[in-house]
Design a protein around this ligand. Sequence first.
Ligand code: FAD
Ligand code: NAD
Length: 469
Amino acid sequence: MPEAQRFDVVMIGAGPGGYVGAIRAAQLGLRVACVDKAPSLGGTCLNIGCIPSKALLDSSEWFVQARTKFARHGILCDGIRLDLAAMMARKEAVVKGLAQGIAGLFKKNNITSVQGHACFRDPRTVTVTARDGTQQLLQADAVVIATGSEPIALPALPFDGQYVVSSTEALAFPAVPQHLVVVGGGAIGLELGSVWLRLGAKVTVVELMPRVIPGTDAQIAAALQRALTKQGFSFFLNSRVTEGVVHNGMVTLTVENDKGVQNQLQADRVLVAVGRKPYTAGLGAEAIGIAFDARGRIVVDRHYRTNVPGVYAIGDVIAGPMLAHKAEEEGVALAERLAGRAGHVNYDLIPNVVYTWPEVATVGLSEEAAKASEINYKVGTFSFSANGRARCMDETEGMVKVLADAKSDRVLGVHIIGPRASDLIAEAVMAMEFGAAAEDIARTVHAHPTLPEALREAALAVDRRARQS
Ligand code: FAD
Ligand code: NAD
């Protein structure tokens, strides 16, 4: 074994937590190595998560637009067909380009990028084993675990990689399924279900809870379910899969609801998307005494310190929403702390987006959460059907909902379902970060005609002052 290479920081994992944290640490003058076992940088998000799913969502939405919506704009297209291979190739090119971008950033910031599987030898030393079996030792004062997460499997329906699959395979089906059953009506299920529905599959969602995207403001989640039902989705709510039998390329599923009523579904593909769990396989974290909680997450304090001095953890492997931007912010905050500065993540204001169409984007308290906390609140809503730009775009489905404190008028939550909600939410997050009142948003000049005017109108509606545009 060669002598250990020394660094200030070793990041294990080059996902949004690890690579963003590595870049920030290097910018602040620390000597940084970032290890990833995958050949392509960027982690789950870039390679098998956020980016490929959004590439397919964008492509498949164009397909639907061309087939069903262009005619309303007076654009007549005949013989529109799907070239799935080209769609997949574009998705892969997007991923490859962005991964190369990270490699370029590593180079520019003098970050040592190491490919191989990392395993703790002791709290300050990791052994990295490359695919060809060669090993090297990396040593640092701070070792950061940013190893992410993996899909949760269902005992009644284990993954087989072909017919019963996780999101990874569902991002690359070789052909459009005839009937895709999606188990789990959360972000992955509804996004990837949307992709394949738009491309021609029949899609059925089996969800354990009485509603989709549990935890999201109930009014907005109900509106999304209505919109998706109109598009052709079928839903079995309050239901679980009790048995799955794969035979001759078909999966027969037994679905049971909370009243014990059973249904049988036949599908050629089943996507199981019932959540993800922290990934620490082969890391040797237990051997150095790292503490885990009951859900397998690494326990950290508010400075991302584990119970083992010198070892830190960020991203999907610790508690909190499993979101790329949450992991990124933790990477930045930790890097700043390691460099002797102050770093902080505002966990109350992490936006959550579901990239269906219409999109759903939320930040802050839902109406149910405000009620449960016995907060006295006011609500303002505004429909995109009354927004001039949405009408020009012919995208009038959806609404903006603003919750504000009844006394102080401070914005408590913003919930959007509608066109480009993913982009619109940024203004709400910024306003809330600065402690804005609904009136602050209402009095901010918004360009006309634009979609963000719907947020301003919802803020005005908090005081019953909304106008129709
Ligand atoms: P990861 O991105 O999982 O990165 C961990 C890295 O560590 C991996 O590259 C892995 O190879 C490496 N690794 C693990 N163990 C070792 C080891 N022992 N040695 C070396 N390397 C190791 N989030 C959003 O915010 N927006 C979205 O639109 C979104 N869409 C998603 C769509 C899908 C289909 C999926 C699956 C997830 C999506 N997510 C989305 C979630 C997002 O991908 C994760 O929250 C994010 O990637 C977590 O970042 P991370 O850095 O903690 O871990
Ligand atoms: P999720 O937690 O978002 O949704 C899982 C869904 O499955 C929930 O609605 C849950 O009630 C349901 N469920 C659980 N057990 C079930 C069972 N036995 N039968 C039927 N339904 C069951 O998880 P996900 O969709 O798998 O996504 C994993 C993670 O990735 C999430 O943390 C999510 O935040 C993240 N992600 C984010 C985005 C985004 O930000 N747009 C996109 C994809 C994934």
